[in-house]
Design a protein around this ligand. Structure first.
Ligand code: C5P
Length: 410
């Protein structure tokens, strides 16, 4: 009964998987949640509101104009719910939600959401892979909605493809995992770096890399949801700032180094998710470099921020996390990095999966443990990392003892 005391709104769109929402409501109730149901008009063609009234003991809201809802039922439900899950989330409903429409009971409730919002997409595989759907999904995740699935399997028309709604028990499991994590990091201060660095060559050109910043931003966003205070030191990215985060914008590795070194001792945790450039041009030209014959660039080493903190920290931050992007010998390289940078945890990912995409496959390497994780979305990976951070914070003996005064490599 681990959803005991939690309040969940299930919002149905008009898709064939609507019948599975019946099972989802039952599963959430079985786990102890109090459930209310809202339905689009289209959804009522697939499954009857009376079924949900029977299961939840409350009428399903299908029409904002219905007389029994004196007052503003969408505002009440949005405020009431710890989580709203849209299942099935059809292509149409996803599009309308991404565009901020509020013209039916489901969307109006969603627009008033106070808690976590989940979407469980369900549609034909071509509708799912459609550029508009993918862009809308990105908009919703940028606004911190959690997208569950879809999974690959048989679709309504007999084809097999990616578009099948996640099974109700799995959806309930994900919701439970999100809600039970809430506030478990309250009282902790996290400093998170994210994104690439841009190393200027001249006023218009720079050396950079393909990091999108999504991993660091997902960590910041999940940590905030879990009650932490978060400061994000961000390289140049195009991502919305997670609400509640303090953001310090930097451009180059040298700027990021200065931003981190001047404040790391005020934080309990430093997570270096940024893809910091190892080198910068020896000289930044003040005028645009003119085209001529071949050009040779001289590069100099950037400071290693993580190693510098590892060498200098006395008490805080008590947990130091780095990332490692490798093409071979993943675990051994991560282990070397753990030692060399005096970190407590290295998140190692394969170069193929790690940079720029929405998912990641990572291995968590600590002094006394190695955990290989399956491929998952960056918010889910963020939670896994934060789970380890929380353990390390709570249990100092899980951290390796080390002498202070490591020499930081440059
Ligand atoms: O040595 P490598 O670049 O593979 O290490 C990656 C880890 O070290 C990441 O956590 C990255 O943020 C951090 N790093 C750093 N300063 C650098 C280079 C990497 O803090 N100059």
């Amino acid at each position: 009964m681990s959803l005991q005391g939690k309040r969940v709104v299930v919002g149905l769109g008009g898709g064939i998987a609507a019948f599975k929402a019946v099972e989802l409501v039952r599963e959430l109730s079985r786990r102890g949640a109090e459930v209310r149901v809202v339905m689009t008009e289209a959804a009522t063609h697939f499954v009857g509101p009376i079924t949900f009234a029977g299961l939840t003991g409350k009428p399903a809201v299908t029409d904002l104009w219905a007389k029994e809802y004196a007052g503003e039922v969408h505002v009440e439900l949005g405020e009431w719910a710890d989580a709203i899950v849209i299942a099935p989330a059809t292509m149409n409903l996803i599009s309308r939600a991404a565009n901020g429409q509020a013209n039916d009971a489901v969307l109006a409730t969603l627009a008033c959401a106070r808690g976590v919002v989940f979407f469980a997409p369900s549609m034909h595989h071509r509708m799912w892979s459609h550029g508009a759907t993918q862009a809308n999904i990105r908009t919703l995740t940028d606004r911190e909605a959690v997208v569950l699935g879809p999974v690959t399997g048989p679709l309504a028309n007999g084809e097999v493809g990616e578009g099948r709604m996640m099974e109700p028990a799995d959806i309930a499991e994900e919701i439970e995992s999100h809600l039970t994590h809430s506030d478990d990091l309250s009282g902790s201060r996290l400093l998170v770096t994210a994104g690439p660095t841009h190393e200027d060559l001249d006023p218009v050109r720079f050396l950079g890399n393909r990091s999108s910043g999504r991993m660091g931003y997902a960590i910041a966003s999940r940590a905030l949801r879990r009650g932490a205070e978060v400061t994000l030191v961000s390289g140049p990215v195009h991502l919305p700032v997670p609400s509640g985060a303090e953001v310090i914008r930097v451009r180059s590795a040298v700027e990021m180094h200065a931003a981190v070194m001047s404040r790391f001792d005020q934080f309990d945790v430093l997570i270096m998710a940024a893809a910091v450039a190892d080198y910068r041009p020896a000289q930044r030209e003040s005028h645009k470099i003119k085209k001529g014959g071949d050009l040779r660039l001289e590069l100099v080493r950037n400071p290693d921020i993580l190693a510098s903190v590892g060498a200098k920290r006395v008490q805080r931050p008590s947990v130091l996390v780095g990332f490692a992007l490798e093409t071979e010998n993943l675990e051994q390289s991560a282990r070397d990095k753990l030692e060399r940078k005096a970190a407590d945890l290295i998140v190692a990912n394969e170069a193929s999966a790690g940079l720029g995409g929405d998912t990641n496959r990572a291995t968590l390497v600590e002094a006394s443990a190695t955990t290989s994780l399956p491929e998952m979305g960056k918010p889910a990976l963020a939670d896994q990392i934060l789970d380890r951070v929380r353990t390390l914070l709570k249990n100092p003996s899980a951290r390796p003892r080390r002498e202070t005064g490591h020499k930081a490599p440059n």
